[in-house]
Design a protein around this ligand. Structure first.
Ligand SMILES: [Zn+2]
Length: 261
């Protein structure tokens, strides 16, 4: 039995402060609370405004398969406000374009404006549009590439996968050189089951401090006729000793996994 109905007009938009809002059939909701994958929303016209009583409408959604599905919703005391909703979407689009595009501020604003009605355009002043784009831009600039190895530490975003599994599985240092080894439990398992490994090095696409991206491919399939990249290592030098350490580390990780299995 299907527990929830699939609504056509249901989406998540960002509030001015960056929080999530539910957009449902022309109405907007603030998040009241969430419990695991169940989200409880309240109409954004909940507060009393001069001449209008607050609306008590609520909605409950369940987040599954990457989307919110409506579980429950109640009646509103007012008509939907599609203009307000589209203004939110406009602001969202402006932010997304600022993150994705490297074009000029004016260009980003123009491209975003083109896909919205003039009524929506007039809801946000030129100054406010410019500020929105510039704020996103300054955040992007503040992520700078490290210039030296000293004090270089890799943040959790790149160390740990979304499900909590470790992705940085080795951090090797040798005579001022460094190698970061990335892989998953499954990739280490694949290495241990492979008949052969293939090592491949790339030099052109690596970030600043590092000289080489090494990928280790494991043979797969019933007859091991194909190979698949399973481990990645960023190396600061092409020094033989560093290579050896990376391999030594990998065989050790692999043996440890075999013992655990
Ligand atoms: Zn309402």
């Amino acid at each position: 039995m299907e527990r929830y109905s699939v609504e056509k007009d249901i989406s998540i938009v960002k509030s001015v402060k960056g929080g999530e809002m539910l957009s449902l059939n022309g109405y907007l909701y603030h998040l009241n609370r969430k419990q695991e994958l169940t989200f409880y929303w309240e109409c954004n016209k909940r507060r009393h405004v001069a001449g209008r009583a607050g609306c008590t409408a609520r909605a409950t959604t369940v987040f599954s398969d990457g989307a919110h599905k409506l579980l429950l919703s109640s009646e509103h005391t007012h008509a939907p406000d599609p203009v307000e909703r589209e203004t939110k979407i406009f602001r969202d689009n402006l932010k997304r374009k600022s993150e994705e595009s490297s074009g000029s501020v004016a260009k980003i604003i123009q491209v975003t404006l083109n896909s919205h009605s003039s009524e929506i355009q007039s809801r946000m002043t030129e100054g406010a549009r410019r500020k929105t784009v510039e704020r996103i831009r300054s955040k992007a600039v503040s992520i700078v590439e490290p210039q030296t190895l000293e004090g270089f530490s890799i943040t959790d975003t790149y160390k740990i996968l979304e499900d909590g599994e470790k992705f940085l599985i080795g951090d090797v240092e040798d005579d001022g050189q460094r190698a970061l080894i990335f892989g998953t439990r499954e990739s280490v398992l694949r290495l241990s089951q492979a008949k052969y490994w293939i090592i491949d090095g790339t030099f052109s696409t690596v970030p600043g401090l590092f000289r080489q991206l090494l990928s280790i491919h494991a043979s797969i399939g019933p007859s091991h006729e194909r190979s698949f990249p399973v481990i990645f290592a960023l190396l600061t030098s092409k020094h033989e000793l560093l290579y050896k350490k990376v391999f030594f580390r990998n065989t050790r990780i692999q043996r440890r996994k075999e013992c655990e299995a």
